[in-house]
Design a protein around this ligand. Sequence first.
Ligand SMILES: Nc1ncnc2c1ncn2[C@@H]1O[C@H](COP(=O)(O)OP(=O)(O)OP(=O)(O)O)[C@@H](O)[C@H]1O
Ligand SMILES: [Mg+2]
Length: 414
Amino acid sequence: MTPTPLAPAFARRMAPLALLAGLVFGVILPAVHHTAILRARTTEARLWAQDVAAAVERSARLRPVLWAYDVPALSHAVDAVVRAPVHGHVRIDARRDGVFEAGPLARPDEVVAFAPILVEGRTVGRVQIRLDVAFALGTVRAFWIAALLGGAALAAALYFLPVATVRRGDARDAELWRALQAANATLEARVADRTRALREREAELSALGARLLEVQEAERARISRDLHDELGQTLTGLRLRLTTLASVLDPAHRGQEHLGAALSAVDAGVEQVRHLAHRMRPAALDGLGLAAALRAHAEQWAADAGLEVHFELDPAEPPPAVAEVLFRVAQEALTNVARHADARVVTLACGPFDDGWRLVIGDDGRGLPPPDPARRRGLGLVGARERVEAAGGYLDLESGSPRGVRLVAWLPPS
Ligand SMILES: Nc1ncnc2c1ncn2[C@@H]1O[C@H](COP(=O)(O)OP(=O)(O)OP(=O)(O)O)[C@@H](O)[C@H]1O
Ligand SMILES: [Mg+2]
């Protein structure tokens, strides 16, 4: 997109305005001048006609019948007109037959005026004056030519000067626009560079996160093995020795009581080690599969927490990596229910869904607390979400209906 130049639209609007101004100056002004000149000459002719009529009326009053034949008197009456440098032609018409004319013959450019000759209230004739306006029309013509030229110049100036200014503005706009485009392109390139760098960092971070989880899982497996194989073996050896000792000692010996207590303590220790080892890496996951491992873990957890669990577990077995992530998410979700929910019943569903694997854990507890920036943020769900997302899935924690919390985790097949 480029800025629309204003000059063409401006020129279209200016053209009629400039033409109108040129017309007013070049045609209407000289026409008014022309008419004014003709009017002035006509008024002059009328005044002359009235003067002559007044002079004729005077002689007519003296000779009411023969005044039309009194050539010397009539000549005297028109004398002023004929002598004046106005190139006037006078004609006197009497009512009956008398006609008198004096002065140079009229030319084509002339104005005409009349005045009645009144004697005792009656019109007895009329005076006609024709005045030559050829000399005045010379000035009028010169005025016409000057006005036409001036009007054309005015119209041209009114059109071309502002249009040229607007064109210059358009050119400057286009230049600014190009500069803006260039700056924009530079900025976009920079943003693209930054985005690429950020994506790289993000990919590095997520690879690091995945690696951390792997290392954590391996470390847990190692500790679990050590606990089970070494401490477990040691405790089992200890138990054997204590049992042997109990069998070789006299049953009535005072030490038997202590040996019995020691054996119980060792049994409790063995059980604790087994429990710990299982929490570190659930053997059931390897041996029985996800559904059974989830059931075993949840039942144990429900017994400890005093809650009721309903299962909807599909026996289909996901790939080991998916099973491992889903199991860990379930562990964290159940721990959260016990710690935060104040629930009575929990439902645990797991199985194939939407071309992948889905785990849903719902409770009927108090639900999620309102957001509070001041509250310490836990890491359990963050870690669970990272595990799920690293495997290409998603994890949602939403309010349950009608109450409680519903956690949904979905993972692609592998
Ligand atoms: N089932 C639930 N019912 C009510 N609130 C829950 C439930 N699950 C999670 N929450 C809320 O979500 C918050 C975040 O859980 P998360 O597991 O990330 O942290 P945490 O359990 O508080 O601490 P951590 O898991 O790091 O020991 C919890 O503090 C709790 O307020
Ligand atoms: Mg937690």
